[in-house]
Design a binder for this molecule. Structure first.
Ligand code: ADP
Length: 178
């Protein structure tokens, strides 16, 4: 794990599974526009949460790239799922701004709802084709920026599935903190 403290909050970078973050209040889903089950992160989250999650989430769709909505987490060990629609790389333009909006909007929801901990997957870096090196820069820059203003949120965790993605995020954080 790599950690960095900014003001009163902690940024953590870990390798793992987003459905297995037992100490975190809200986990983020890399959702599709209609907030249906899908593959990748969305498939894993819906599988672990159970069918009630999709019943609640589809009522809130469709959403646009960069937007975020919140639901209960049902059988997951967390209290909430925050569903973000990432941009499709080179199709939803400007993809960097839209990707940053995902992180910004999810963090704003936490601040509104007094949520103290959130875990993100690397949004858009799977089926949506965003190169992980570029996505890591956008995500971590936005998170670090938001961390300067937080009142409620104390822990922000990036959960990377593969060792490669974990190393890329660790290196990117090292570069950004210089
Ligand atoms: P998107 O459609 O936004 O690209 P994906 O779900 O296809 O979202 O993938 C986003 C990233 O999440 C990919 O890097 C993928 O390897 C990773 N991932 C897949 N399953 C999990 C999981 N269970 N926990 C954390 N990350 C995951």
């Amino acid at each position: 794990m790599k950690q960095m403290k900014i003001e009163n909050a902690n940024l953590e970078i870990v390798q793992g599974d987003i459905t297995n973050q037992n100490d975190i209040e809200a986990i983020v889903n890399a959702a599709n526009a209609y907030l249906r089950i899908g593959g990748g992160v969305a498939g894993a989250i819906h599988m672990a949460a159970g069918p009630e999650l999709e019943r609640e989430s589809t009522e809130l769709g469709p959403i646009k790239p960069g937007e975020a909505v919140i639901t209960n987490a049902y059988n997951l060990p967390n209290k909430y799922v925050i569903h973000c629609l990432g941009p499709v790389y080179e199709r939803d333009i400007p993809h960097d701004k839209l990707l940053a909006n995902c992180y910004k909007n999810a963090i704003d929801i936490c601040e509104d709802k007094d949520i103290e901990s959130i875990a993100f997957p690397a949004i858009s870096t799977g089926a949506f084709g965003y190169p992980v090196e570029e996505a890591a820069q956008v995500a971590l820059k936005e998170i670090i920026n938001k961390m300067k203003t937080l009142k409620k949120l104390k822990t922000i965790r990036m959960v990377l599935f593969s060792n490669h993605d974990f190393l890329v995020h660790k290196e990117t954080l090292k570069m950004l903190s210089k």
